[in-house]
Design a protein around this ligand. Structure first.
Ligand code: F0G
Length: 482
């Protein structure tokens, strides 16, 4: 956003866009919210959006499009093979990342499927990375490899001042290379990270990882799904880059990696995905799978209209006014909540504001899913839908035991260009009330637990009548207010 100085004592973010199309929202009375979350098995993924006021579940496919993106959609070339739309997108990718080849896919996890199939050549391999994402780990383990998480120690410290908590610990990577080099399928860097609070990686870290991989002949893969926020943080937090343009930073990242893949549901304000590759041999190995799993090479399962929107969206990603809105809103939320002593992940990252459920609900053991309970409670008291990012989001070990997550977070995503500051202020107000009444919140237990990615459609029940008691207190304090 523009560099605006304020006359009054406190700063706040100002949107550098205006709203031209709106969608009406619905805020149900608190009793109906309790009914809705009960119907949804206390899993916010299973709520019907018509019953949600502010949908802060994710920024995936929910970012607002611009007038220019919508206009571009009308120019899409609807042909199965050789679509003009593809060549426009391919040229844009070449321009922003400097990569030679572009393979389209229908979304981020599709890229992960293709990459794991090609690069995990036998069971027993490992994939070192700063931190895993749910779908990434699921695909890598499907082909028999194991994820080795080597984020810097501070990445897992909730309250910190480290501006780049997403960095990969290069010493640990060196150690892994020393002991298990032949087992390394590839090295993956997620920029920025998802499950540890949208924390970014620095360009210095990208460079170090790149140099080491090049020296050792190991393939270096960048997950750029959350790159827009990460670009903003490199420019605003890394001194050496404050005078570089976003285009220069993006291109430099592109040159340091062998493969970049992304979910275009996040990067580029559209929907879809793709894999960008420098090397012809690698591209050819992955290319074989595209028509098999995704679609022909010039659409890869994406709608051509979305591809046109993505081309324009990538251009908008080079514009600091466009990419700074979400991180600045998140930072506003984090600052206000921190001032009220409410435990949140700091420093503010990208993607969303992350509540620290482990501390807020310290009376609930991890086996009773404090982050899931907090997400359900927040919906009841506000109509806001957040996402559990804790033990519920983990998979059981092959022996059936349950790994306890490093962090128990409730992610309140801030989709780009969607919410207004008054909506963010409503969220802060209700989180504050919930925090003051946190003692009323109890735990959850599974009633139905799927084997794979259980957080998506598992169903849970409260372990006491705590939800009824929470509603009662809400009514005592707020009367008939929504
Ligand atoms: N990588 C990262 C870092 C992601 O955040 C996601 C998706 C993916 C890969 C997979 O991409 O959804 O297009 O298949 N994150 C979403 C979220 C689901 O809500 O955070 P996808």
């Amino acid at each position: 956003m523009a560099d605006i100085k304020f006359f009054g004592s406190s700063d706040f973010p100002v949107e550098m866009h205006k709203v031209r199309i709106i969608q009406k929202l619905n805020l149900l009375p608190v009793d109906e919210r309790l009914d809705s979350i009960t119907d949804a098995g206390n899993n916010t993924f299973l709520l019907k959006n018509r019953n949600v006021f502010l949908d802060m579940l994710t920024d995936s496919g929910t970012n607002a499009m611009s007038d220019k993106q919508l206009a571009a959609m009308m120019t899409a070339d609807d042909s199965y093979a050789g679509s003009e739309t593809f060549y426009r997108l391919e040229a844009k990718i070449q321009e922003v990342f400097g990569t030679k080849y572009f393979l389209p896919a229908h979304q981020g996890r599709a890229c992960e499927n293709l990459l794991s199939q090609v690069l995990v050549t036998r069971p027993g391999m490992i994939v070192p990375m700063n931190y895993h994402f749910t779908t990434t780990k699921a695909h890598i383990s499907r082909f028999g490899a194991e994820v080795e998480e080597i984020v810097v120690d501070e990445g897992l410290v909730v309250k910190s001042k480290n501006p780049f908590k997403g960095n990969l610990n290069v010493d640990k990577l060196r150690e892994l290379i020393k002991t298990r080099k032949d087992d390394i399928a590839f090295v993956r860097l997620e920029a920025g990270t998802n499950l540890i609070g949208g924390q970014p990686v620095s360009m210095a870290n990208v460079k170090e990882v790149s140099e080491l991989c090049r020296k050792e002949g190991i393939i270096f893969v960048l997950d750029a799904s959350l790159l827009a926020d990460n670009l903003y943080f490199i420019k605003t937090r890394e001194d050496a880059y404050k005078n570089k343009t976003i285009a220069q930073i993006m291109l430099e990242i592109g040159e340091l990696t062998d493969i970049i893949y992304f979910s275009a549901r996040k990067l580029g304000f559209a929907r879809g995905g793709g894999i960008c590759v420098h090397r012809q041999d690698l591209m050819e190995r992955i290319r074989e799978l595209v028509p098999l799993f995704e679609g022909f090479l010039t659409y890869g399962g994406m709608s051509v209209r979305e591809m046109e929107a993505l081309t324009v969206g990538l251009d908008e990603t080079l514009d600091m006014d466009m990419i700074s809105q979400a991180p600045q809103f998140i930072s506003h939320m984090v600052d206000e909540l921190s001032a009220m002593n409410i435990p949140v992940v700091t420093p503010a990252g990208g993607l969303g504001c992350h509540l620290n459920a482990k501390e807020i609900l310290s009376h609930i053991p991890q086996e009773r899913y404090p982050a899931g309970a907090l997400a359900a409670a927040l919906y009841i008291v506000s109509g806001i839908r957040g996402m559990e990012r804790g033990t519920l989001s983990e998979q059981r070990n092959p022996d059936g035991t349950e790994p306890l997550a490093n962090m128990e977070l409730v992610r309140l995503a801030v989709p780009r260009r969607v919410f207004t500051l008054s909506q963010i202020k409503y969220a802060i107000d209700r989180i504050n009330w919930l925090y003051q009444n946190r003692g009323l919140v109890g735990g959850l237990k599974f009633t139905e637990e799927p084997k794979i990615l259980r957080f998506f459609y598992g169903r849970l029940a409260p372990d006491s009548d705590w939800q009824e008691r929470l509603v009662k207190k809400f009514k005592e304090d707020f009367g008939e207010s929504l």
